[in-house]
Design a protein around this ligand. Structure first.
Ligand code: NAI
Length: 739
């Protein structure tokens, strides 16, 4: 069957309009298209019309199989086969993660993985040169497919990145990646790349030997064709990068590999506290399959994937991944207004980094403070953040200079006549903020959106200062703003859709994950976190050892213990939030007595050198000696006379139950609409362990009934409050937050 392929503007490889012969109608291969060049080279295009990015799922793998079949049954073999994406700057983003959940048993998983492995092996077995033309993200299954090609050529675009991030979903590369990568780039480099899940840019990929060459992004596919022609006329390509021969010889020694594996294992255990099975399993697979025949290795690989896919850690990590992908799209920000120019008021801790985030996204920033020092500090901070990006080759120095030039530092509140959005990040004082917003409103155009970064004040109350309160929304960043991925977008009853959507869209544009939150005390994250922190402070007041509390919560998987976290946040800041919440919700938020006393004594946490711990030049030096009482519980002691005041499991339950209780109440109060919102916010805003799937997912696993029972018992023992109505109803009805 030979059909004419309709010319596609800008797609055809050579740019001429010569007739191209196809062997099947394009629709036969779904997202794939087979193009035969007159020169005998065949291009396999991947362009899924239904998606923004190309993904590998059951359907596309079937289509890939058909396309390959069509190429194989031709009367003459192609001279070479090139795999290219029809999407501009988008190669293959990986597998469709949502499909993983439809697999019901490890046996089914294994057979699906085997199908892909065998398909990729067919590409690897083709008797002529095969070249993957990589322009844009090439991740997971995409990288594995490219690895099954004999050659890989990457574009020099900054968007091009190649990686195997499966470990971040609690699995390992299952379509041959764990086997082909070490064979290509050597054992040590492959271990590091697969265990970390980190991607590399094209230059690094060339150096590692992961790609054969890097070509300019302009006319990329035509260049890859020329490159392939060169390969055909000069079959021995110029030397690839990758580890030198002596390095490979060294890696063939078993003791050396054992050493590499044991070092990697130590790093993994240190970074994950042993909570994540996937990186350990990856090390086992890589160690066990080194030097085996490929089919044997593939068998071990697919068995490992099938096993890991059903671990709770992988299920939970995928749940978080799917939620965060969802937050990039929904809620839709259809009423968003364009933003080219913003004003950031207040160049302190938050304002400086926020200005950096805006200019980095190409937005002009007027950065205003009433004093020059914070502005200078903010500019220096932005410069140092850009410097890091330049050193990682994410940005050129010229681009950095342009971005810095987009920030206009000012001391006066003027020149706002063409501003699209004003974000205030001045001191946390309602009267100051109201006065400022009133002045701002008199200067900005009608369409200008106003936003506040307040962490504890009522957005509604702030809006009372405005003629048009509907233009105000909260845009609550977390500290440090450059690094923390979450932004709470706060709407009041008055906030109009344009203001809400403009802030949502802006948060996404600067690559943050926005969560839409109703204006209410503490919004979502601080409200849910505070009872947990207060419980910890309460235990210290009762004489429980500080390090015992922190150690227990770290063991649970928190990135730091609650008292370490309080020291980082600043006890003055935390106290303020605690008071706001106490005023709103009463005693259940916990006593602020100890925080009050510490703040009054000038112990503000890390920044002042003393909080729950003592610090010298920012480094921790033991606990605050004034908080050690003779009755302080010794960590790790158990049983007999030295029995801990509060057993470790109870420490953990007390803190987490308090957080679950508040999360359920926030949901009941419709601060957010869905359990998913609470979970994503707590993972992204506080580092709640992703492998637990989020706070409410953890509650489901721990058992709502058990949590309710414990909360009720503590209330009987004198705690100011017990399980909330929602939790009680759920326990009675045997319900869960997730089906
Ligand atoms: P900061 O004290 O570091 O900075 C505030 C800056 O605002 C100071 O440089 C001050 O000179 C300036 N300022 C005061 N009045 C001003 C005015 N009328 N016009 C322009 N600048 C003025 O405070 P930080 O920590 O940056 O906090 C700012 C806001 O962000 C507060 O509302 C705070 O609640 C909120 N926030 C703070 C977080 C944190 O962890 N620091 C986290 C999230 C929100």
């Amino acid at each position: 069957m030979a059909l004419r392929e309709p010319h596609r503007e800008g797609r055809d490889a050579k740019g001429d309009r010569a007739n191209r012969e196809l062997d099947f109608a394009p629709s036969d291969f779904g997202p794939f298209r087979v193009e035969s060049l007159p020169t005998g080279i065949v291009i396999l295009w991947f362009d899924d019309p239904e998606r923004k990015v190309n993904l590998l799922d059951s359907r596309s793998l079937d289509m890939l199989q058909r396309a390959l079949g069509a190429i194989k049954v031709r009367s003459t073999d192609p001279r070479a086969l090139i795999l290219a994406s029809g999407k501009d700057g988008q190669f293959i983003a990986g597998a469709d993660v949502t499909e993983f959940d439809t697999v019901e048993t490890p046996a089914e998983a294994e057979s699906k993985v085997k199908y892909a492995q065998e398909l990729f092996q067919e590409f690897a077995d083709l008797p002529y040169p095969t070249v993957a033309a990589i322009d844009g993200p090439c991740l997971g299954g995409g990288t594995e497919l490219a690895l099954a090609f004999r050659h890989r050529v990457a574009s020099s675009s900054r968007n091009t990145s190649i990686g195997l991030p499966e470990v971040k979903l609690g699995i390992l590369p299952g379509f041959g990646g764990s086997q082909r990568l070490p064979r290509l780039i050597g054992f040590t480099q492959a271990v590091s790349m697969i265990v970390s899940g980190r991607s590399v840019d094209s230059h690094r990929a060339r150096k590692m030997g992961l790609v054969d060459d890097v070509l300019p992004r302009e006319r990329f596919v035509p260049r890859v064709i020329e490159w392939t022609e060169g390969l055909l006329t000069r079959p021995r390509p110029s030397k690839r990068g990758g580890p030198p021969a002596h390095h490979r010889a060294f890696e063939s020694l078993a003791p050396l590999r054992s050493y590499v594996l044991s070092q990697a294992r130590k790093t993994v255990l240190k970074q994950t506290g042993g909570h994540y099975p996937a990186p350990l399993e990856i090390l086992r697979v890589l160690g066990a399959t080194y030097g085996t025949r490929l089919p044997e290795g593939l068998k071990v690989e697919r068995k490992a994937v099938a096993k890991l896919l059903f671990t709770p850690e992988s299920v939970n990590l995928r749940h978080i991944f799917i939620m965060s992908e969802d937050a990039k799209r929904s809620p839709a920000a259809s009423a968003a207004l364009p933003v080219d120019s913003v004003a950031v008021l207040g160049a302190g801790t938050m304002g400086g980094e926020i200005a950096y985030l805006f200019t980095r996204a190409g937005i002009r920033v007027r950065l205003r403070d009433i004093k020059p020092e914070p502005i200078l500090g903010s500019l220096a901070r932005a410069r140092s953040l850009f410097d890091r990006e330049v050193s990682k080759r994410r940005l050129t120095r010229a681009e950095m200079d342009l971005a810095m030039a987009r920030i206009e530092p000012v001391l006066e509140l003027n020149g706002l006549g063409r501003t699209d959005l004003v974000l205030e990040a001045v001191v946390e004082d309602l009267t100051v903020k109201q006065g400022l917003l009133r002045d701002v409103e008199s200067q900005v155009p009608d369409t200008c959106v106003l936003a506040t970064n307040t962490s504890s004040l009522s957005v509604r109350a702030m809006g009372r200062a405005l003629r048009r309160p509907g233009r105000l929304a909260g845009m609550h960043f977390f500290n440090p703003a450059a690094r923390m991925p979450l932004v709470e977008v706060i709407r009041t009853e008055a906030t109009d859709p344009a203001a809400r959507d403009t802030v949502l869209a802006l948060a996404r544009r600067i690559k943050k994950t926005p969560i839409l939150v109703r204006d209410s005390p503490g919004f979502l994250v601080n409200r849910v976190l505070m009872p947990y922190l207060s419980e910890a402070v309460g235990l210290v007041e009762r004489g429980v050892e500080i390090t015992a509390i922190d150690a227990e919560l770290r063991r649970f998987g928190m990135p730091m213990g609650p008292l370490e976290l309080l020291d980082e946040i600043g006890l003055d800041v935390a106290r303020k939030v605690a008071h706001v919440l106490r005023e709103a919700f009463g005693a259940r938020v916990g006593s602020t007595g100890l925080l009050d006393r510490l703040v009054a004594a000038g112990s503000l946490g890390k920044k002042s050198g003393l909080g729950f711990y003592r610090y010298e030049q920012g480094a921790r030096r033991g606990v605050n000696p004034t908080l050690v009482t003779p009755s302080s519980q010794k960590s790790g002691s158990s049983g007999g006379k030295n029995a801990p005041l509060v057993p470790p499991a109870e420490i953990r339950d007390r803190l987490l139950d308090a957080m679950v209780n508040e999360g359920a109440m926030a949901l009941d109060d419709r601060v957010v609409e869905r359990a998913e919102d609470v979970d994503l916010a707590m993972v992204m805003g506080t580092g709640f362990p992703p492998f637990r799937g989020g706070l409410l997912r953890y509650a489901d696993d721990a058992g709502i009934g058990a949590i309710v029972e414990r909360l009720a018992r503590r209330q009987q023992e004198g705690a100011p409050s017990g399980p909330c109505g929602k939790l009680q109803r759920m326990a009675l009805g045997n319900e869960r937050f997730y089906r």
